[in-house]
Structures are given as C-alpha cells and as structure tokens.
Design a protein around this ligand. Structure first.
Ligand SMILES: [Zn+2]
Length: 156
C-alpha cells in the first residue's frame, strides 16, 4: 500500500475532503459514489464505486462485464449484430425517402442489407405473404411492407 502523505481533518459533520490530486489521478468527479472498505480491521480504504448497470442504457438486467465496462444483453446484441436492433429503435419515417446526412449512412447500410435479405427471401419463397417473410427475417410485417415499397416503389 502506497502512502500518499496527505492528511485531512474531519469537519464538524464527520466529512473529509478527498484531496484534488487523488480525485484527478483516480478519475473521481464531484458526486461520484465512493465505497468504504475496512482492511485488517483498522485501515479504511476508499474506492470509487463502479455500478454494475449497463454503460449504454443503465439497465441492471443480464449485464456482462467486458473490458472494464458493464453491458446488458440487449446492447451487446445491438453492438454485435446491427441488423437485429429491436424494431422500436427504428424511426418510422425511414421508408419515406433517405436522408443524405452522412451521419445516417450506418442506418442506410442496414436498410439496404435488410432489403437484400428480403429480396432473397422473396425469391426463395415466392408465395410467402408478408407475415411469413417477416418471420423468416425476424422483423415486423410493417417493416417488410416498408422494405417492399423500397425494393419496388411502383408496387406490383
Ligand atoms: Zn444496455
């Protein structure tokens, strides 16, 4: 254990100030929760508390620890397989004309990829209705309908 050489007095309410040097080097911000440990029944150790909530959505369910971060199953899936993002995350206006904003190009790629998968599914199952196609692709019927309009805008 390293002696920092820093000494602080308790104030009248029992509070101590964590020296700014320690806060800066330990990456502790004002308002961060601090955990207390007792070492060998006499030494008090302070540690920045790391919550086990998901880094991205703050969910506490099905959280996995990966490279110093906690990530929930849902966010993990989104990261690993962008084409299967839960449908409620898809904006509804997507089918009505693409935005030329470069920031949206990632989403456009996913739409194109899903369109291609739909085209293939339609070729494989020429008599499948939208419900069946939706099940094959793991998306909603509304999404199939959107994509179909995109593939053949005039409608067949
Ligand atoms: Zn999450």
């Amino acid at each position: 254990m390293k002696d920092t050489g820093m000494i602080r007095s308790l104030d009248s309410l029992g509070r101590i100030v964590v020296p700014v040097e320690i806060r800066m080097t330990r990456n502790i911000e004002i308002g961060d929760p601090i955990e207390f440990f007792i070492l060998n029944d006499e030494i008090i150790v302070l540690r920045k508390y790391t919550s086990t909530e998901c880094t991205f959505c703050r969910s506490l369910d099905h959280v996995t620890y990966y490279k110093d971060q906690f990530i929930c199953n849902t966010c993990l899936k989104e990261l690993g397989d962008p084409s299967r993002i839960p449908e409620e995350a898809e904006p509804l206006q997507e089918a009505n004309g693409e935005s030329s904003d470069p920031a949206r190009s990632g989403r456009r790629t996913r739409t194109e990829e899903m369109s291609q998968r739909l085209e293939k599914a339609m070729a494989d199952h020429p008599y499948a209705n939208q419900k069946a196609l939706a099940e094959v692709l793991g998306i909603s019927q509304a999404r199939v309908s959107q994509l179909k309009r995109k593939i053949s805008p005039s409608g067949k």
